[in-house]
Design a protein around this ligand. Structure first.
Ligand SMILES: Nc1ncnc2c1ncn2[C@@H]1O[C@H](COP(=O)(O)OP(=O)(O)OP(=O)(O)O)[C@@H](O)[C@H]1O
Ligand SMILES: [Mg+2]
Length: 329
């Protein structure tokens, strides 16, 4: 299987704005280490779910892959080509191969443009169709994503649709270019629960048809389980566990992964024994704890965890964990 996108030791440090007092007192500039040394590959036709609590760096990782954010260091390889330093002009032809679907469909649509025109728009920008052909393709796409009758929907504006319908428009617009790689950032978290399954089915049908590769970002491990082939769990800018989805869910080795799973009743119910609960909040990413970043919240932490950071090591077939005290040993 060929690798479509690869992150190599990616980092993104955001400078924290300084007050005039900070400047006058020569206080050193601080950085939020949003993404701090992340590496993974996504294969053709594969979905990798990126999971973790709010603020752990999921969205920033997705934006880095699409070059919507400049990495502080590290590399991004797309279809065998290093795209880390490409200039906007050089990136333009690649833009049609890589798309992003955001959490809030309303914010990602233009309120003053008919939805049919918004779906046709990418074809015109990339000069892949005449206006007439683009309109035909947009109508086909409307039908394909279940917005029928398409002629009627073509004329509507975003505010005339429900949240679920709007996300269908966003998906249609992303898919009309037949991309190779899509970052879907919490695509159903703002959608009514009753509509979620059908939106996920729609994404899945495109994935199969186009052999799409996808980074599916979610804080909800039960959604990650449904949609993905592999799972990567992120904590404070780092991947702490990564592996085949069912293997990670059934046999989590990192306490943080285990706690995320135990917090979901429908998955945890099948397991015997005590549930693992973690306390407290994610620490400030400006000054992550020394040693293992999870140690202040970890019930298994010992002396070594406070002093040293564990490496991400392979503990089973394609299953990687960053922990000194692997669970279930
Ligand atoms: N443009 C920015 N400037 C400064 N800090 C930023 C910027 N974007 C993100 N951050 C910070 O980087 C960290 C990671 O943010 P990110 O949005 O990637 O997390 P996330 O895992 O997607 O969270 P959520 O689940 O809330 O969407 C956070 O501390 C956030 O405040
Ligand atoms: Mg996010």
């Amino acid at each position: 299987m060929s690798v479509v996108v690869e992150a190599v030791d990616l980092r993104k440090y955001f400078p924290v704005p300084r007050s005039i007092i900070d400047v006058l007192l020569h206080r050193p500039r601080e950085y939020v280490r949003a993404v701090d040394g992340v590496s993974f590959k996504i294969y053709e036709g594969e979905t990798l779910a990126l999971i973790g609590e709010s603020g752990c760096g999921k969205t920033t990782t997705g934006r880095l892959l699409l070059r919507l954010e400049e990495p502080t260091s590290g590399r991004i390889v797309f279809m065998g080509r290093d795209i880390t330093r490409l200039k906007p002009r050089e990136l333009r032809p690649l833009r049609r191969e890589m798309q992003m679907i955001f959490q809030d469909p309303y914010a990602s649509l233009n309120p003053r443009m008919r939805i049919g025109d918004q779906i046709a728009h990418p074809l015109l920008i990339h000069k892949l169709a005449t206006p007439r052909e683009a309109r035909e393709k947009a109508l086909e796409m409307l039908k394909r994503v279940g917005l029928t009758p398409p002629h009627e929907f073509y004329e509507r504006y975003p505010h005339q649709l429900s949240g679920g319908q709007r996300q269908r428009v966003v998906i249609a617009r992303a898919m009309i270019l037949k991309p190779r790689f899509v970052v879907a950032d919490e695509p159903v978290s703002m959608i009514d629960v009753s509509m979620r399954a059908s939106i996920l089915d729609l994404l899945e049908s495109f994935r199969r048809e186009y052999r799409l590769s996808m980074l599916f970002i979610t804080h909800d491990i039960s959604i990650g389980r449904i949609v993905s082939d592999r799972i990567a769990v992120m904590y404070l800018g780092r991947i702490v566990e990564m592996g085949p989805t069912e293997e990670v869910i059934r046999n989590p080795k990192h306490p943080y992964t285990r706690a995320l799973i135990d917090a979901v009743p429908s998955i945890a119910r099948r397991k015997r024994g005590k549930k693992l609960r973690i306390k407290g909040e994610v620490p400030d990413p400006r000054s992550p704890p020394p040693g293992c970043r999870f140690h202040p919240r970890c019930p298994f932490a010992t002396e070594i965890c406070r002093g040293e950071e564990p490496d991400l090591v392979e503990v089973g077939r394609d299953h990687y964990v960053r922990c000194f005290h692997l669970l279930g040993k």
